[in-house]
Design a protein around this ligand. Sequence first.
Ligand code: UD1
Ligand code: CA
Length: 459
Amino acid sequence: MEARSDHLSRTSGRSCLAIVLAAGEGTRMRSARPKVLHEIAGRSMLAYVLAAVREAGASRVAVVAGPDRDEVARETRAIIPEAQVFVQRERLGTAHAVLAAEEALRDGADDIIVAYGDTPLIEAETFAKLRRPLAEGAAVAVLGFEAKDPAGYGRLILEGGRLIAIREDRDASDAERGIGFCNAGLMALRGDVAFDVLRRIAKNNAKGEYYLTDAVSVAVADGHAAIAVPAPEEEVQGVNDRAQLAEAERVVQERLRRAAMANGATLIAPETVFFSHDTRIGRDVVIEPNVFFGPGVTVEDGVVIHAFSHLEGARLASGVSIGPFARLRPGADLGPNVRVGNFVEIKNVELGPGVKVNHLTYLGDATVGANSNIGAGTITCNYDGFTKHRTVIGEGAFVGTNSSLVAPVTIGENAYIGSGSVITDDVPADALALGRGRQAVKEGWAADFRKKAKAAKSK
Ligand code: UD1
Ligand code: CA
């Protein structure tokens, strides 16, 4: 945390434009969805990059999308409403893509950072680190990493600690291919030279594309300094196919688990717990193995989540216990010390403090008052095939096991519902409702029946 504020303070005072490239075709994803909109922990890759550049101090953000990519523009604006979205009509290379944002470049900024929409693991701090050399006079700063397998990456060519060129894999000599220090693809350019440098990049290379990487040799030829800034490989991994998407998911999940534990939650088997990017976990929370969090879950202090529970769009107030095998769906709002047991599904329901729903129950579209007890097998019949209806249960009510509550229906405070009831009409406070037929008893019937059945068989 200290390192971050240090980097940010050194770059503060300088304006920054971030250009995020997202015009790639993403062929290897084999998907109808644009690559940068594939999700990691419930959030698009593009959203991660936009959040990181924002946090790194970019005051303006431009996204370069491919043609017919309205969804990319929509996602961009959902995250940064004032961001500019440009379209690169033809894919003529990374420098060409940056120049698609020419209008934003011409407006100028002290620092220009270029990020890839498909490199989602990059942290804000790293962008801030990349901007630092610009404040110290360099024209270009490039993020580098030691690649386990450098094949396919651009190699960083250094001379006396200075970066002099980036050579793309297919343009490199055998000696250059031996270099392990590679271009992560993220770059920072000084605003006063950026446009001039980018404009002069040619396409005399194996692919016949305008390479952003050539910004280094062009700037150096003009007498400017270029610097390589090292980063860990894990952070600069690009996502090109589903296997790499799963790998990025693994990295993000590890970050989220570490953060939850650092904040005071116990994860018995952290590798089996899956968070959403926005999951909020309080202190002294215990999460047993095999728990999944969808988006929008808030867990307050002292909550216990037993094994095999699935949660999304839910709030669990302090002292709540759920599961094993609990399912909380959007709108589940559990008040303090609520108990939700095994095989219970809860959707769009407010449970007051101390409510118990311990076994085998479905509650949907309901409000349950404090300290009520909902017996095993209770079902709210909330849907008639067309509309959803509400069930309202007052404080201190006792719903006997295996009852169907046919909504809309209201059960008064401290009322009792007899087991096995089908409740179709409102029940007043303090009443007993028996929504079932009376029990009939025929003395000796079973003994007679058995005797006759045996006699018939022996004939
Ligand atoms: C690029 C770098 C390489 C680096 C590697 C890191 C260049 C020339 N090469 O190679 O040095 O090691 O990334 O992963 O920059 N894009 C567009 N429009 C285009 C072309 C690309 O928007 O016309 C976007 C892509 O969507 C992608 C990014 O730019 O997000 C990189 O393009 P890609 O073709 O994947 O470059 P690489 O060959 O991987
Ligand atoms: Ca790539």
